[in-house]
Each structure stands twice: as C-alpha cells, then as structure tokens.
Write a protein that binds this ligand. Structure first.
Ligand SMILES: NC(=O)c1ccc[n+]([C@@H]2O[C@H](COP(=O)([O-])OP(=O)(O)OC[C@H]3O[C@@H](n4cnc5c(N)ncnc54)[C@H](O)[C@@H]3O)[C@@H](O)[C@H]2O)c1
Length: 442
C-alpha cells in the first residue's frame, strides 16, 4: 500500500516508520521545513527509543521518505493519514481543529483515484463528518472516503505499542475503505493485533473515553495516596491489593504528582467540552480535571512540608522534567507548575533531565540547568524526583548526599524505599506511604 502521513510529530513519525517497516511505501509530510530537512539528514527531531534505527532502516530500504509538499504523495496514496496536532484551543479548552481542517483542505486538491483519508489525530466526535464535508466541498470530483483510526501509542514505548497494540480501532461504514485499512494493518495479524471495525463517530469517542478512563484511574489512586498518608497506610500496597483484581487491573495505579503530557490533559478537557455542548454531565471527568490541576501545585507544598513549611532561601534540585521517562516531551509536564510554585515560595531551583532540557529551557525560566544528577544535587537543601527516568532509580546515594547541603529527598514517584533512604542518612518523603522516615522526623 502507498501511504501519505500528514504531520511528522510523535504520532506521525512513529506510525509512518512502523507502516514502512510492515512493507508499505510511506511518505511523511510536514509543514515544518526544518523538521523535514533534519529527517532528510538522518536526524530524528524527537527523542523516542529505537526510532532512529527504525527510520534509518526504512529510509535505506527506500520504503520511507520525507517532504514538505503533500501533492505527489497524496495523489499516489491509497490512504492519507492526518496526524497533525489537536491542542487545547486557547481560551475555552475545546480541541483546536484548525490544523486538521487545514490539512484536509490541502489534501482535497491533491487527491487522485480512490483514496481513504484517515483521521489518526485525536479529534472530537463529528470531526470525521466535517473533514468529509471539507474534502467534498473543495474537490467534488474526488473519490474519497473518510475513516477514523485513533492512535493509542504511548510516548517512550511508542514503537512497541504500535507494533503490538491491544487493539486497532477503525471507524468506517464503507466497504472499500474497510478493505484498504485491513490491508494496511494486515501485517499486525501475525502479532495477533485485534482489528475492531466500528462506526466513525464511535471510533472517535473510543479514543476520548479511553484517555478519560486512564486519567481517572491515575487521579483515583492519587487521591487514595493522600488519604493513605493521613491514615498511615501504604498506597503502593493498596494499589497492588486492588490491582490484582482482574476487574480493576494493575496498570495506571501508580501514585505521583498528577498526570501531564500531550494527551490526557487536553483530551479530558476536550471531552468535557463536547459533553457540555450537548448538556450531558460528565461529573467524573470534571472532577478528575479539577483534582489533577490542583495536585501539581500541591506537590510544592509537599516539598515545603519537608522544610517546616518554608522554602524561602532554600535551593531545591529537581530530577526529571519531562511528563514521563523516555521522551523529550514537556507538554503540560507536572514539573512546570511544580517549579513555578517552588519559585513562588522563594526557593531557587536547579534541574536535570536526560532528554527534555532543551524544551524545558524555553518553558521554565530562572532555573539552573545542570548536566547530570550529581551536579544538580550540588549545594541543594532538598532533592525532588519528579520523573522516574531509569537512571534515577539507582543513584549513588552516598555521592548525592555528599553533594547536598542537606540530605532531604522528596520522591514524587516512590522509586526508593523509605527504610533504605533512612539507612543512607536521608530524610525521605514519598507519596502516600507510611511515615517511615517522613516529615515528623525532620
Ligand atoms: N503524542 C502522543 O503520545 C499521542 C498519542 C496518541 C494520539 N496522539 C494524537 O495524535 C495527534 C498528533 O500528536 P503529536 O504528539 O504527534 O503532535 P506533534 O505536535 O508532535 O506533531 C504534529 C505535526 O504536525 C505538523 N503539521 C501541522 N499541520 C500540518 C499540515 N497542514 N501539514 C503537514 N504537517 C502539519 C506539525 O508541524 C507537527 O510536526 C494529536 O491529535 C494527538 O492528540 C498523540
């Protein structure tokens, strides 16, 4: 199959490279000329484990190429995927669909022969209808069908998720479109990837419902963590105790500083907006958004609690800035409101992240960016682990302690055990865990 992928970001580049790896002929298109020039030089503009090799292999095999001009690849394509951004619209929280519709208008004029235009971007229910209207209005002669194929990959594990998906959701009622989509994903049947065909609007809603549900799970365990702290219980054991129940499942039950990233915050907001427009109450999602927003700043109060409530004049070292490990994505990362709140409380902040520092420098002012965890800890009164990068899981604690002015560690991801930290002479605070070396001993 010939595929044109419009938008070469986290989703477009990973999907394009994986489709090429299945044996399809893929052209990735992006408006960002710098991004395309970098890709043509063999440079990967984002950090995603394994993506450099996958791209290089498929470029070498001549199954994958890059361009800023969509006309030729769209004309030749059996399927054109729209994988452009759908950020929160400024001011009201609806999904901003301007990039999707702009892409649809450009695609329309270039169509030739039967083509399936596939929305891979996360879009509110009814966007497929509007994309179809735009295509037919701009090019009434076009032989085109519009399908929905939401993407569920996770940054940091994107290639594995794409190649071994729990499910592939395809929304179309058209038989020809169904055949094209089945052919595109056929190589995945070897990996037992289950294809689910459904109506387009249903497919669009599945994506939002999935993200809202996962965000709810995270927020639920975060609130239980707060309660566990008050009651002297251990949230990690609570999570294990409930997660072993198959009806609940163990994933997304890790208490932490609140969810961030490029999807959950904007998608929960957009789902709520869609529901409000239809006068349908989504009280659970509403509560999840509110609880999560409050939580990120509240983490600064947790840090302050380790200093008897006052951070004025203190130096705080922050390890991990990206919204999760193995990505350089800083979109809506909890580190941003946390560091702002630390500044507001009068602290100075030093920080280190293995992949996100370049993006972070643009977003968080007045931070001393360091080149490693040990230099970051230098002279710090407290160290806060915000993102659970692998390299923070086995720090040389003696070395960290020697660097710090005061050995206080606040672990917002619970990657260390309180007893071990106490044995190393640290005053240690985790999330939702009993007070083994906690605040009352400080
Ligand atoms: N990032 C994720 O983990 C993830 C996971 C699942 C779904 N999604 C969804 O996928 C979509 C894309 O997300 P992303 O993180 O890859 O976004 P991104 O911002 O990383 O990439 C979008 C790309 O589209 C390009 N673009 C915009 N308009 C264009 C046009 N008219 N023609 C060509 N290129 C254009 C931009 O230059 C950019 O490179 C969003 O709807 C998102 O919600 C993202």
């Amino acid at each position: 199959m010939r595929i044109a992928m419009i938008g070469t970001g986290y989703v477009g580049l990973v999907s394009g490279a994986c489709f090429a790896d299945f044996g399809h002929q893929v052209t990735c298109v992006d408006k960002d000329a710098e991004k395309i020039a970098a890709l043509k030089r063999g440079e990967i503009p984002i950090f995603e484990p394994g993506l450099d090799t996958l791209v290089a292999t498929n470029v070498k095999a001549k199954r994958l190429d890059f361009t800023t001009d969509l006309s030729a690849p769209v004309a030749e394509a059996d399927a054109v995927f729209i994988a452009v951004g759908t950020p929160s619209r400024r001011g009201d929280g609806h999904a901003d669909l301007s990039y999707v519709y702009a892409a649809a208008r450009e695609i329309a004029s270039a169509l030739s022969g039967f083509t399936v235009v596939v929305n891979k971007s996360t879009v509110p229910v009814g966007t497929g209808d509007e994309v179809e209207r735009v295509l037919r209005e701009t090019n009434p002669q076009a032989d085109v069908e519009v399908a929905s194929n939401p993407e569920f990959l996770r940054e940091g594990a994107a290639i594995r998720d794409f190649k071994f998906p729990d499910r592939i959701v395809i929304g179309t009622s058209d038989e020809r479109a169904r055949k094209v989509m089945a052919e595109i994903y056929r190589p995945l049947s070897l990996n037992q990837g289950p294809l689910m065909f459904t109506a387009r609007r249903t497919a669009e809603l599945i994506k939002y419902a999935a993200n809202a549900f996962l965000a709810t799970k995270i927020t639920f365990i975060n609130e239980i963590a707060d309660l566990a702290e008050e009651l002297g219980a251990d949230v990690q054991e609570v999570a294990r105790g409930i997660g072993l129940d198959n009806r609940i499942g163990s994933k997304f039950l890790h208490a932490g500083p609140g969810f961030g990233g490029s999807c959950f915050p904007k998608d929960t907001r957009a789902l709520l907006k869609t529901a409000q427009d239809r006068a349908v109450p989504l009280r659970v999602v509403e509560a999840v958004i509110a609880a999560n927003d409050i939580r990120k700043r509240a983490m600064a109060r947790k840090v302050a609690a380790a200093f008897a409530g006052s951070l004025r004049g203190k130096t705080i070292a922050v390890l991990g800035l990206t919204f999760k490990p193995n990505t350089d994505d800083m979109r809506e990362a909890p580190s941003i409101p946390l560091i702002t709140a630390l500044h507001d409380m009068g602290a100075s902040v030093r920080a280190f992240d293995p992949a996100g520092m370049e993006q972070a420098k643009e977003l968080i002012p007045n931070v001393v960016f360091c080149d490693g965890p040990y230099s970051c800890a230098e002279g710090a009164d407290g160290l806060v682990i915000v993102t659970e990068w692998e390299q923070f899981r086995a720090l040389d604690l003696e070395r960290i302690k020697q660097q710090m002015a005061c050995p206080i560690l606040i672990d917002l991801r619970n990657i260390y055990a309180g007893e071990d930290m106490a044995a190393h002479g640290f005053l240690y605070l985790g999330i939702g865990r009993p007070d083994r070396a906690g605040p009352k001993r400080l």
